[in-house]
Design a protein around this ligand. Structure first.
Ligand code: SF4
Length: 432
């Protein structure tokens, strides 16, 4: 399935028209294929020939973690919704009817968790600055219009509304000047995170149009790029026609005295097995960029402590820095993929205990919630009751950062808003 142009692998996306054949390759019967296709009408599906040929173990599909990472599962959404869309597909419903029903389901999936749109969109000259989020004083998130897709889509993606072709669900901006003006006007911003989608889906020339003006701003200390290209399409850094241009851009940022941080999304140790993935990581680091690695904990994909320990060890061996283990966010197919906080903490602790101090840069499990990033530190006895011990790693209100707090232990809680204070305590910090 891989496409070559001479010695150069050529990116080939696989989308809805290819889905049924791939589901059949995974061994799904006709009924389950239809249900998986129904899910793919609601949530985005895209993979590519590298993922299919190099990452997925088809002998183990549909249980294979890399398969589950990118393919829709027949039971990923509420049964009644999947049945309804499957019936419409079977009966050949009109595109308009299908679109309306799909839209209604999407709105019930909390498309913009954590107040992303209402609370985080900043004002530039009194007008909401589209495609930017300023949640934490030091960090600005920017969503470049050309970067709102990925080389493949994760089935659990929390940014799914960026990809479903509904403009009112999407955040994006093509305005590099607005980005620069906003950062220049806010000396508290020391870091810009360019994210998506995946900003490395953009050509190097387009990415440079956003990045280079930022280097003129004295108070900016780092540029971060949120990406899964190192896993899903490492040839982006090796043999793509503008791969070298990309690496030269990274070098310019570093030579300009800034930290260029590639926030690499690595979900499973298998992503570091193919030789191009290792070479790509090395090439990026040779520019002086730092690769920090993060991913959510996902049921059926990476919910084994052993996988995280191996992943973090492999990353450290390759010179990368383990950064965050997230908890699946309260959006999209959370019900299907989430691991309860109590279990997430056990897995984190078990994995953390198996790695050297160099890998213990990692923090987790972390909820990126409305008031901030909350880490579950453990479970303790407080006044004779079991309690979660938590703290804010980052918060909209800096006063909350680094202060431990308690919540009543609940083995099934999956998110900050599921937690209750201990009897006699006031509301949880940030939720009052
Ligand atoms: S790489 Fe990130 S943005 Fe892209 S599909 Fe996966 S989780 Fe979503």
């Amino acid at each position: 399935m891989a496409v070559q142009n001479g010695d150069r692998p050529v990116f080939r996306a696989l989308a809805l028209p290819h889905l049924d054949a791939l589901l059949a390759r995974a061994g799904l019967d006709e009924a389950d294929r239809l249900r998986a296709r129904a899910v793919a009408e609601v949530l985005p599906f895209r993979t590519n020939s590298y993922v299919v040929d190099e990452l997925i173990d088809w002998r183990a599909a549909p249980e294979d973690p890399m398969y589950r990472l990118v393919f829709p599962q027949p039971d990923m959404l509420p049964r009644a919704d999947v049945d309804r869309i499957a019936r419409m597909l079977r009966e050949g419903a009109s595109a308009d009817r299908l679109r309306a029903d799909v839209h209604e389901i999407r709105l019930r999936l909390n498309p913009h968790p954590s107040g992303q749109r209402d609370l985080n969109t900043p004002l530039l000259d009194g007008v909401p600055a589209e495609g930017m989020q300023h949640k934490y004083a030091e960090t600005l998130l920017f969503f470049p219009r050309q970067g709102q897709t990925c080389h493949a889509y994760c089935s659990y993606c929390f940014r799914w509304p960026q990809f479903v072709g509904e403009p009112d669900l999407r955040m994006a901006s093509g305005d590099a000047e607005a980005l620069t003006s906003y950062v220049r006007a806010h000396p508290e911003i020391t870091s810009v995170l360019i994210t998506g989608g995946d900003p490395l889906i953009m050509s190097s020339a387009v990415l440079a149009r956003y990045v280079e003006p930022l280097l003129e701003i004295p108070h900016l200390e780092s540029v971060r790029l949120g990406t899964k290209a190192l896993s899903y399409w490492p040839h982006r850094f090796l043999t793509d026609p503008d791969a070298d241009e990309l690496l030269r851009l990274f070098e310019r940022v570093v030579r300009g005295g800034r930290n260029l941080a590639l926030m690499g999304h690595y979900s499973h140790p298998r992503e570091l097995e193919p030789e191009p993935a290792v070479r790509a990581l090395r090439r990026v680091q040779d520019t002086g960029a730092v690769v920090r690695c993060q991913a959510p904990l996902i049921r059926g994909v990476n919910d084994r402590a052993e996988d995280w320990a191996v992943l973090w060890r492999r990353l450290v061996a390759q010179g990368a820095v383990p950064y965050y283990m997230f908890v699946e966010r309260d959006t999209g197919p959370q019900d299907y993929f989430a691991v309860p906080l109590a279990r997430a903490h056990e897995l984190f602790r078990e994995a953390y205990a198996q790695v050297s101090g160099l890998a213990r840069t990692v923090r987790g499990p972390i909820m990126s919630a409305t008031p901030g990033k909350v880490q579950v530190d453990g479970v303790a006895e407080v006044g004779g009751r079991r309690a979660f011990v938590l703290h804010y790693v980052q918060a909209r209100d800096p006063e909350l950062v680094g202060r431990p707090f308690f919540a009543a232990y609940d083995p099934d809680a999956r998110w900050l808003t599921d937690l209750k204070p201990l009897p006699g305590d006031g509301p949880l910090p940030g939720l009052d």
